[in-house]
Design a protein around this ligand. Structure first.
Ligand SMILES: Cc1cc2nc3c(=O)[nH]c(=O)nc-3n(C[C@H](O)[C@H](O)[C@H](O)COP(=O)(O)OP(=O)(O)OC[C@H]3O[C@@H](n4cnc5c(N)ncnc54)[C@H](O)[C@@H]3O)c2cc1C
Length: 391
């Protein structure tokens, strides 16, 4: 077992770290305060080849692997979670479904522009009555005259409503024949759910107003509505009826990215807490010399390192082509909780200043909580892990 990163992996880590510190850190507080989507930063991420890291060069990607992707996400989240989730949702959720399940025409039409960061991709699974219970999708698509006619609503969707949003892949019930012609259930009680690509600008597809959120303030999250929205029959992604299976696969992959966000955010909190503790004087000495502060810093550093190894293990398993579902769920569960705990400790170490928005740890604390909810809640991860254990 080799714990050293390869020169290529070191290079991407260093490149993203320098970019995050040099170009994101100076504007992160302002973007968060003004709830402004980071258009210029996303354009720079595209120029640096970071908007399509794990996809082959033949389709416009950077030809990197999952570990390279995780390292980049970690370094971004260390400085700014809004930028990190924008890249993460775009890559794991927006682009990945087209790469994995798209036909040749769909791949050629969308992947080069997505990988270049010219347009953003979004993933629309969650609905008002279908979150953890994703199979309870109510959005419907009926086939009519060579088109899919979509009616329904999605909620909490990332990247769908910016000026550069290009498309959303949604789940929709495509079998309306059974159960009284309306419920979308098959006679066996099982819904036929398919994935459909809907370009932004399609009449009948409306991204709603952005939510007012606790954190991730500079990222784009909105409800989406579909009313008599018509897309060509060829907009089906993958096989008809395979929608839920495809999305579960996408979520497995996405968990590695979100877990990397948790490690990065926790590390960012530790960086800030350590620097502050070394310069804050109380009772005539730096507070970093007090044992109880040292214990907090030591625990944070130790847990972050353990969690980081779990994330890298999941990434390496995926790249080796072995089953990574269990490790990805464990990494997601571990790192979400870790980010919440470390950001809280970092605020504590800052005392009253930690409660003031000028200090990054204040934003980090607000940004952490979603990591125990999005991309499958902690309770859902526990279900996935318990199932893998055979419980
Ligand atoms: C900022 C943000 C961005 C998001 N981005 C996207 C996106 O881009 N695309 C997308 O599709 N979705 C997105 N989501 C949605 C997110 O994935 C869901 O919010 C999440 O999966 C939880 O679903 P829910 O909110 O419906 O909660 P629910 O499923 O209603 O859960 C409520 C509570 O019940 C618990 N619970 C539910 N079922 C069980 C069970 N069987 N056993 C034990 N406990 C259970 C949950 O763990 C949770 O604690 C985003 C959400 C947010 C807030």
């Amino acid at each position: 077992m080799d714990f050293d990163l390869s020169p290529d992996h070191e290079l991407i880590r260093r490149t993203v770290r320098d970019f995050a510190q040099g170009e994101i850190a100076p504007v992160a507080e302002q973007l968060d305060r003004t709830k402004s989507f980071p258009y210029e930063i996303v354009a720079r991420l595209g120029e640096l080849g970071l908007m399509g890291i794990p996809f082959p060069q033949e389709v416009g990607g950077a030809g990197g692997d999952t570990l390279a992707y995780a390292l980049a996400v970690e370094e971004l989240a260390r400085v700014d979670s809004s930028v990190a989730i924008t890249l993460c949702a775009h890559t794991s959720l927006g682009t990945q479904p087209i790469y994995l399940f798209g036909n040749e025409r769909q791949r050629q039409e969308w992947l080069p522009r997505l990988c270049a960061g010219e347009i953003l991709g979004a993933f629309g699974l969650t609905e008002p009555e279908a979150g953890s219970d994703a199979g309870n999708t109510r959005t419907r698509a009926r086939a009519q005259d060579g088109e899919w006619v979509i009616d329904g609503a999605k909620q909490f969707i990332t990247n769908a409503g910016t000026r550069i949003s290009g498309l959303v892949t949604i789940t929709a019930v495509t079998d309306l024949s059974a159960a009284g012609g309306g419920s979308g259930s098959r006679s066996g009680g099982e819904k036929e759910i398919s994935n459909i690509l809907v370009p932004n600008g399609t009449p009948g597809y409306e991204p709603g107003e952005p939510y007012r959120k606790m954190g991730w303030n500079a990222s784009d999250t909105r409800p989406l509505s579909f009313t008599d929205c018509r897309v060509p029959e060829e907009s089906l992604l993958g096989q008809r009826g395979a929608g839920l299976r495809q999305f579960l696969k996408i979520l497995d992959i996405g968990r590695i990215g979100v877990a990397a966000m948790g490690v990065g955010l926790a590390q960012g909190a530790l960086d800030e807490a350590l620097a502050y503790a070394k310069q804050r004087i109380a009772f005539g000495r730096a507070i970093s010399k007090f044992q109880s502060i040292q214990a907090k810093l030591a625990d944070m550093a130790t847990e972050i390192e353990a969690a980081r190894l779990l994330v890298y293990k999941a990434a390496l398993q995926k790249d080796a082509g072995v089953d990574f579902t269990l490790t990805a769920a464990q990494a997601k569960l571990k790192t979400g909780r870790l980010a919440v705990r470390c950001t809280e400790e970092a605020v504590q170490i800052h005392g009253g200043y930690g409660y003031i928005e000028e200090y990054p740890v204040c934003r980090f604390y607000r940004d952490a909580k979603i990591l125990t909810i999005g991309e499958g809640t902690d309770e859902v991860q526990q279900m996935v892990i318990a199932r893998a254990l055979g419980a």
